[in-house]
Design a binder for this molecule. Structure first.
Ligand SMILES: [Zn+2]
Length: 508
């Protein structure tokens, strides 16, 4: 039997799992320490989908709570597009999510159920879209080949220690340099975290092989994998203070692996069909992603951006954003003139977004709204365009009530598409606060209940479970004063129950 708390205690993070994996049965046992411990796998022999989803969601909540994230709407949407496409050629299931972590170390990781994490260091150091894709494809291969999910005790243990290692690192990164005690504790654990997080040699070979298949199917240049891995091997020395197990340490790059990857890539060369238009599009998109990431993570400065803007459109756009931050609107406008056609034709979403930002900064909200509305209509599937528009509505003091209604209309479908989206819940809360202020009687109470329910959802996905329950209890109090409240109370009670179930699975 696998005792999860024992496995996590390697990192000083005992976890009690209780019966969270099985809502109907009390299948856990009491141990001598008064903790409730479940069996990790039962019956069929694999950790089932329900369990891996729970582990993935648990990890997402921890990351939302503790990891330094880049949450830029455009960057998130662009990276999701790339990761989702690579995932789609490998797995039938949609990924649980993508988190972009503001950490300079080159790293990527995957958690069961397909939660993918990428460090901004990976985006910064990759020399092409293909190189960046090679690491993502390798991570997706670990998920698609279920390297976490075999019954074998060693491997189950491996799954949990890896997730634990990632999160121990995240917790240490959050505490930063200021909290010496926490850093010292985590530092002492780094070596074992690195060791525990590594996959087996055969799993690495399989992830390389399958990762390359994924790249080829998605139309990337497979040669980028051996090239980038060789660079990583040379440039990513063992850093004793690196908290999250580095990619190189958690995926040991042996000479054998590199030469195998080179041989394999050579065999692909005859069949790889490079589409000229597609590769030009990817080159341009990669430049935008890379320079925007550097700008957001403050890995670049005005001097470097000004220099690079001479030859890179991606750097031009990052420079325009920096100039808007510095209120140098005339200079920013000069740069955006270069993209005037793309902005008018909506060919370049990032340029449109930055141009709308310039309009907004100069007080021209109507122009900004018009541009973002056009972008939303042209790309109805894009979360980023909608959220930029929502921000405009919520900042618009002129038509507060109507703007809040428009924001809710944009947000509600997004919350249904992805109920784990903290930002969407926070914006819904904000919009409902405006609606509540302007309402009367029962309608006011209903809006207040909405505010509290949306707040509870945001709190839940940030792992502030006690706060979420408090918010819902406040919502219940208001609901009790309504005359017709049965359905509302049932919904709120159901929500509380779900949180309590999730709360059984916690690091203590
Ligand atoms: Zn690996």
């Amino acid at each position: 039997m696998i005792k999860i708390s024992l496995l996590f205690s390697v990192f000083g993070l005992p976890i009690s799992f209780a019966n969270a994996h099985d809502f109907n049965q009390n299948s856990y046992q009491e141990n001598g320490y008064g903790q409730s411990l479940p069996e990790m796998s039962h019956g069929g022999g694999l950790i089932d989908n329900q369990q891996s989803l729970m582990i993935g969601e648990w990890a997402l909540r921890q990351l939302n709570n503790a990891a330094p994230m880049l949450t830029d709407y455009w960057l998130q949407a662009s990276m999701e597009q790339i990761v989702w496409q690579l995932n789609a050629v490998a797995r039938a299931d949609a990924p649980l999510g993508l988190v972009i972590i503001n950490d300079k170390q080159i790293n990527a990781f995957a958690v069961p159920a397909g939660l993918i994490g990428l460090n901004v260091g990976l985006i910064d150091k990759a020399r092409s879209m293909d190189e960046m894709a090679s690491v993502i494809a390798h991570e997706i291969a670990h998920v698609s080949q279920r390297h976490y999910q075999h019954r074998n005790d060693e491997k189950t243990k491996h799954l949990l220690t890896q997730v634990g290692g990632i999160l121990a690192g995240v917790a240490a990164a959050k505490s930063g340099g200021g909290d010496a005690a926490a850093v010292a504790i985590m530092g002492a654990q780094t070596l074992s975290a690195n060791q525990a997080a590594s996959f087996s040699r055969s799993q690495e070979r399989e992830a390389d092989r399958v990762g390359m298949q994924i790249m080829a199917k998605a139309g990337y240049d497979v040669n980028a994998m051996p090239t980038f891995f060789a660079t990583l091997d040379q440039q990513n020395p063992v850093k004793p203070n690196a908290f999250i197990p580095s990619f190189v340490l958690s995926h040991p790059l042996t000479a054998e692996r590199l030469s195998e990857a080179r041989d394999r890539a050579r065999n692909y060369n005859n069949t790889t069909n490079t589409n000229g238009d597609n590769s030009l599009y990817r080159k341009q998109l990669f430049e935008q992603i890379q320079w925007r990431s550097r700008y957001l993570a403050k890995l670049t400065n005005k001097v470097e951006l000004t220099q690079s803007a001479k030859y890179s459109d991606g750097a031009k756009l990052a420079l325009a954003s920096l100039l808007i931050d510095e209120r140098q609107y005339t200079e920013a406008n000069k740069i955006l003139q270069y993209f005037a056609n793309d902005i008018n034709n909506l060919n370049n979403p990032l340029a449109v977004v930055i141009s709308a930002k310039l309009n907004e900064s100069q007080g021209n909200l109507d122009n900004a709204k018009a541009k973002l509305t056009q972008l939303t209509n042209l790309f109805p599937e894009r979360r980023d365009a909608k959220l930029y528009l929502v921000d405009l509505y919520l900042n618009d003091n002129k038509y507060l009530l109507n703007s809040a209604k428009s924001a809710v209309q944009l947000l509600q479908p997004l919350s249904k598409q992805n109920p784990r989206d903290v930002i969407v819940w926070q914006k819904l809360q904000q919009a409902s606060e405006i609606l509540a202020k302007n309402a009367q009687g029962d309608d006011k109470k209903l809006q207040q209940i909405n505010v509290l329910r949306y707040r509870a959802n945001a709190e839940f996905w940030q792992n502030r479970l006690e706060n979420a329950i408090t918010s819902l209890n406040q919502a219940k109090t208001i609901a009790n004063s309504l005359s017709s409240n049965k359905a509302i109370l049932a919904t709120i009670n159901n929500q509380i129950e779900q949180i309590q179930i999730a709360n059984q699975l916690k690091v203590s």
